[in-house]
Design a protein around this ligand. Structure first.
Ligand SMILES: [Zn+2]
Length: 487
C-alpha cells in the first residue's frame, strides 16, 4: 500500500522506472544554518528573485533553498514528504555509493584517474513491495546514507530502486530532469529512451548495507544526474524564486558506446520520451559515450551544455553562434554565451565539491585539452587579454570572459587564491543574469554581453560599482567604466 504521504510526482517516477522493467539489479555488499538565502526587503531590487524557503506541511528535510525545515529526533527518520516517521516499526536503510573517474593533469595533458568512490548524496531511494508498489521513500544525505521508514519490518520481499528521473518535490506533477539511456546515437534528435535505474534486493530486517553502483553498471549516469540536479537546484533557488514548477524540463542522453554527430550539444527543440505516451523532457543535452573520451566523467562539457540551457530559458542569449576556437577574439555576445557556459560549468562543480576547481577540460579520442579560468591560460599558452584602450564593445576571447567571471565570483562559495576585492558568489551572479537589467537593456556591443552582466550586478548591489571596476581595470585588463542606469 503506498504511503499516504507520497503523492503524484514520486509515484510517476517510480511507475515509469518500474513498469519499464529496465532496471539493472545490483548486488549489495552487506557490511555494515540559517536559510542561507538572505531576506527580501522592500527596497531590494532583487526581492522578487530571492529564494523563499517553503516548509509548508514539512517538519524536516529540504526547504527548497538549500537548508533544512528541521530534523527528526531519536528513532524517527524524515520521509521524502518532510514528515518525521518512527522507524521503530521497521525501516530500509543503507548507504549508497558509486564509482566515478576523476581527471588528473600531467603537464599539458589530462587523463582519467582510476575509479574513485563518491557518496550518492541527494539520490532518491524508494522501496517497492512484491507487486512493485511504492511503500516508502527517502533522500540520501551528504554521505549517501538513507533511512526509509516502513509500517512493518522488512520481510525480505521488498526491493529498493534508485533511478535517474528527478522531481524537485513530491508535490510536483512532472519529471523535470532525467538521464536517459539512448539505444542509438547519430544526429541529436527526439528519441524514446528508458531512464537509468538500479534495483537492489532488500534482506529481511531491512539493512541493505553499502550499495556501490559500479562503472560497468552505469554509475556514469548517476554522476551526471547528481551534479546536474545540483545545477537545477541553483536555477530554482536563484532564478525562479524557489519555485520549481517554473523549471523547463530537460533530459541528458548518455550511454557508454553511444556517440552523437555533434560530440556534445544542447538542443532546445529536441523532446524526449520514455515510451510512446510519456514525454519527460522538452529539451535535451546529448553527451557522447565514446570510449577513450571524457564521456560521463567530462563534467565541464556536460555542465557547459547545461549553461546554454540555462541562458536560453532563464536568462538571455544573443549569441550569433558559428565556429570558435581557443585563443580567438569573437563578438562580445558570442564570447558571453560561451564564456558564461564555461564559467557556469566550473563554478557549479566547485560548489558541489566545495573547493575551487577552475580547470575546464575535455578528452576526445584520447586527446585532451585544459583551460585554467583562474590562471587565464590553457595547455598551449595564454588567453587573449582585452585591450584597456579597446572600448566596451571590443572583440573578446570567450575564455577571458570565463576568467573574468571566475575572478569576480570566487571568494564567497569557495576560497579564492588571488584576492581581487570582489567575491560575488553564486546567488549574486545568477540573480544578475536573470535580472530585469540583464534581460531588457543593452549596453556595450549589441546583444547580452559581459558589460550588461556587470551593469546588472551593480543595479542589484550599487556598492559593488567601485570594487568591480577596480578588479576589471586592474588584474583583468577590461575597460569597464563602472556602470550605467538601472531599470
Ligand atoms: Zn558552448
Amino acid at each position: 500500500m503506498p504511503h499516504p504521504l507520497l503523492r503524484t510526482g514520486l509515484a510517476t517516477v517510480v511507475g515509469l522506472a518500474f513498469s519499464l522493467s529496465l532496471a539493472l539489479t545490483v548486488g549489495c555488499d552487506v557490511s555494515s544554518t540559517g536559510d542561507g538565502s538572505g531576506n527580501p526587503t522592500a527596497t531590494d531590487p532583487w526581492a522578487d528573485l530571492w529564494c523563499v524557503p517553503d516548509c509548508t506541511g514539512r517538519v524536516c528535510g529540504d526547504n527548497g533553498c538549500g537548508s533544512l525545515c528541521g530534523t527528526c529526533e531519536g528513532d524517527n527518520a524524515c520521509t521524502a514528504a518532510g514528515q518525521c516517521l518512527s522507524t521503530a516499526a521497521g525501516s530500509i536503510r543503507g548507504t549508497l555509493k558509486f564509482e566515478a573517474q576523476w581527471p588528473e593533469v600531467q603537464g599539458a595533458s589530462i587523463s582519467l584517474g582510476g575509479p574513485q568512490v563518491f557518496p550518492g548524496a541527494r539520490m532518491l531511494a524508494v522501496s517497492l513491495n512484491t507487486a512493485g508498489e511504492l511503500t516508502g521513500a527517502a533522500q540520501a544525505d551528504d554521505d549517501g546514507k538513507f533511512v526509509i521508514p516502513l509500517s512493518a519490518p522488512a520481510t525480505g520481499d521488498e526491493q529498493l530502486l534508485f533511478t535517474t528521473l528527478w522531481v524537485p518535490s513530491l508535490d510536483a506533477e512532472n519529471i523535470v530532469f532525467s538521464v536517459l539511456k539512448p539505444q542509438d546515437g547519430g544526429d541529436p534528435a527526439e528519441t524514446v529512451s528508458p531512464p537509468w535505474a538500479w534495483l537492489v534486493p532488500v534482506p529481511a530486517g531491512g539493512d541493505v548495507g553499502q550499495v556501490t553502483i559500479t562503472e560497468e553498471q552505469g554509475s556514469g549516469a548517476m554522476y551526471v544526474f547528481l551534479f546536474t540536479v545540483e545545477a537545477m537546484r541553483s536555477v530554482t533557488q536563484d532564478m525562479l524564486n524557489g519555485n520549481p514548477d517554473k523549471l523547463k524540463s530537460l533530459a541528458v542522453l548518455w550511454s557508454p558506446g553511444i556517440e552523437w554527430s555533434c560530440g556534445a550539444c544542447y538542443a532546445s527543440g529536441a523532446a524526449q520520451w520514455v515510451d510512446e505516451t510519456s514525454k519527460v523532457a522538452d529539451q535535451s543535452v546529448f553527451i557522447s559515450g565514446e570510449s577513450g573520451g571524457a564521456s560521463a566523467w567530462g563534467y565541464p562539457v556536460i555542465l557547459h551544455e547545461f549553461g546554454h540551457y540555462m541562458a536560453q530559458n532563464y536568462s538571455r542569449d544573443d549569441s550569433p553562434g558559428g565556429s570558435h576556437s581557443i585563443g580567438q577574439a569573437i563578438a562580445p555576445a558570442f564570447a558571453w554565451s560561451e564564456g558564461w557556459a564555461g564559467f557556469f560549468a566550473v563554478s557549479t562543480m566547485s560548489r558541489w565539491l566545495q573547493s575551487p576547481e577552475p580547470i575546464f577540460w575535455d578528452i576526445q579520442q584520447g586527446a585532451s585539452f585544459w583551460l585554467d579560468y583562474s590562471g587565464g591560460a590553457h595547455d598551449q599558452g595564454a588567453f587573449v587579454q582585452p585591450n584597456m584602450d579597446g572600448g566596451l564593445d571590443q572583440l573578446l576571447d570567450e575564455c577571458w570572459v570565463a576568467t573574468m567571471l571566475w575572478h569576480v565570483w570566487d571568494g564567497a562559495d569557495v576560497p579564492e587564491k588571488q584576492p581581487d576585492g570582489v567575491a560575488l558568489g553564486t546567488d549574486a551572479v545568477m540573480k544578475a543574469v536573470a535580472s530585469k537589467r540583464f534581460l531588457s537593456y543593452d549596453r556595450g556591443a549589441p546583444g547580452a554581453d559581459f558589460v550588461d552582466f556587470c551593469d546588472a550586478v551593480i543595479c542589484g548591489q550599487p556598492s559593488m560599482a567601485w570594487p568591480l571596476k577596480q578588479a576589471l581595470n586592474g588584474l583583468l585588463s577590461f575597460p569597464y567604466d563602472g556602470g550605467s542606469q538601472c531599470p
